[in-house]
Design a protein around this ligand. Sequence first.
Ligand code: FAD
Length: 572
Amino acid sequence: MPNLELRRPFDLPFDVLVVGAGAAGLYAALCLPEHLRVGLLTKESLFSSASDWAQGGIAAVVAPDDSSTLHIEDTLRAGAGLCDRDAVTLLVEQAPECIRNLVEMGVGFDRHGSDLALTLEAAHSRRRVLHAADTTGRAVVSTLTDHVLNRKNIQVIQQAFAVDLWLDSSRQVCQGISCLYEGVLHWLQAEAVVLATGGGGQVFAQTTNPSLSTGDGVAMAWRAGAVLRDLEFVQFHPTALTKAGAPRFLVSEAVRGEGAQLIDADGRRFAFDYHPDGELAPRDVVSRAIFSHLQKTSADPAHAHVWLDLRSIPAETIQRRFPNIVQVCQQWGVDAFKEPVPVAPAAHYWMGGILTDATSQTSIAGLYAVGENASTGVHGANRLASNSLLECIVYGAQLRHITLTAAAVHDKSTLQVLDQPLDPVPAQPLANWQTQWECVDSIRQELPQLVWQSAGICREQAVLEDAIARISRWRQDFQALPFTHYLANLAARHVVQLPLPPQQLRTWGETRNLLDVADLILKSAAYRTESRGGHYRLDYPQPDLNWQVHTLVEQQTWRRSLPTRSVPTPEH
Ligand SMILES: Cc1cc2nc3c(=O)[nH]c(=O)nc-3n(C[C@H](O)[C@H](O)[C@H](O)COP(=O)(O)OP(=O)(O)OC[C@H]3O[C@@H](n4cnc5c(N)ncnc54)[C@H](O)[C@@H]3O)c2cc1C
C-alpha cells in the first residue's frame, strides 16, 4: 500500500492538550492562560459526558446560616478519615467565587426570588446545593461549551480517542499523547497534558455512568508510571432505576432530600432500621442498607429491588424540581406521582484516581489531572454529594497557575514529526482480525459482570483473588493479540493508518483500559483489609485505625501512605 498524505486535522502545535470535555476539561481549558494554544479532545461529542448527566447539583456555601467550617466538617465526615484537610479547605473556600463565575458566565441556577435556591442533600448539615431543575450538569456544561467555542485559543477535537501518554526518553516528562482520530494513530506533542477523562463506572455491570466512563485517564497514567491513590474506593449510589431493559438511570439524592421514602416489598420504610438518619444517611450506608435488606427479604437478592416513594412530596414540587426524572420514569412505564419507583444500588462515583497536588499536578512532570480521574484528596473514602462537580470547577481553575517551562513545542521538529507520511499497518497485526475482535468483544462483555460480583457493594478476600486471577488470564489473552502487540509497542512518532472501523478501535482501547482499571480496583480492594467509606469487606467489616492511610499504587507496587490528618470531627 502506498504512503498516504497526512491530512492536517489539528492546528498544530499545542501548548497544552486537555483530554476530556466534561465539566473539568471544559473549565480547565477556559482557565488556562489565553496566550496558550490549547487542544481540547473528547472521544465523543462536546455534549456527552457524565457532567452532562449530573442532576442534583453543585455544593457551595452561599446561605447566611452556612459556613465554610460546616461544609469542611461535612466533607471530612463523609470522607471517613481519608480526606486531605488542605485539599478540602481549598475546595470549600474557592467554591463561592467559582459559583459567582459560573453565574456570570450564564449558568441558570434555580432561584427563590433573586436568591439562589438551595436544596439539602444527604450528609450535608445545611441547604447548600445549587441546582438547575434536575439537569444541573447540562446547564453547566452547555454554558461552558458556549464559552469554549468562542475562545480563539482553544481548538476542540471531537471523536478523538487518546490512547497513551507520550513520555520523553527519560520517562520522567510527559510531552504529549498518542491518539486515534479518523482511523489514524497520531502523536500530538504539547508542553503539558491535562487528563480530564472522568470516572470508570463501566468497569461495573451496574452503573449510573455513561458508556464513555471507562477509566481511560487512570489507565493511561498508570501505564506511564504516575502515582495513583485509593482506587478501592467506589461510591455506590443507592437509588438507580431498576427496570428490565432500562439503563440504570440515577434517581437523584435530592429526591430523598425533598422527602422521598425508601420502602420494601411490604411497603415498610426500612432505612431507619440501619441508620438513625434513615434515607439521608451517607450513600454507602444507604446502599448497604438496601443490599442487606434485600439479602434478608428477597429470594433472589441479586436481581431484586426496593422502591422509592415520592408520594409524600407535593406534586408541584416533584414537577418543578424533578421533571427529567419524572419523564425518564414515565418512559419506562412508572408514574412517579402515583406509584413508587423501583430502585437498587449501582456504581456511581470513583473516589480514587491519579494523585494530584493543589495545582492539579501529578507525579509526572508536564502531566496534570482534574475532575473524577484525579485524586485531589477532597473525597477521602467517600464523596459528599454534589462535591464532585464543584471539584471539577475548583481544581480545573487551578490550571490558571500553570507554568510552562520552554517554548520548545513550537519549534520545527514538532511540525516535521506531524508532516511525516502515513505508514500503513503491516499485514500481520491484522491477521484473523475477526477472531481477534471476538476476543476483545467477549472480554468487554464479561469483565463488568465479574467486577460487579467481586468488587461491588460487598467484597471478600477469596472472591477478590479469584477475580484477580481471571483478569490476569484475560490480560494475557488481550496482550497476546497481534493487534495489541503491534499498537501498544509502536515507536513514538510512528503515524499509522488503521483500516478498521473507528468504533472497534475505540472498543479495543477501552477494553485495554478496563482490564487495567479492573486489575487496579481488585488488587486495591484486596490490599485494604478493613471497611471504610465506599469500601466494604465482609471479612473485615469494621474500620481499622491502622488503615487510616491512603493506598498508593505505582506500576506493580502497592504501599500505604503516612497516617492522614483528617480525623472526622464529632457529630455537631
Ligand atoms: C448520573 C449522574 C449524576 C450525577 N450527579 C451529580 C450531581 O448532581 N452533582 C455532582 O457534584 N456530581 C454528580 N455526578 C458526578 C459528576 O457528574 C462527575 O463526577 C463529574 O461530572 C465528572 O466530570 P469530569 O469532567 O471529570 O468527567 P466527565 O464529565 O465524565 O467527562 C469525561 C470526558 O472525557 C472524555 N474522554 C474520556 N476518555 C477519553 C479518551 N480516552 N480520549 C478522549 N476523550 C476521553 C469524554 O469523552 C468526556 O468528554 C453525577 C454522575 C452521574 C453519572
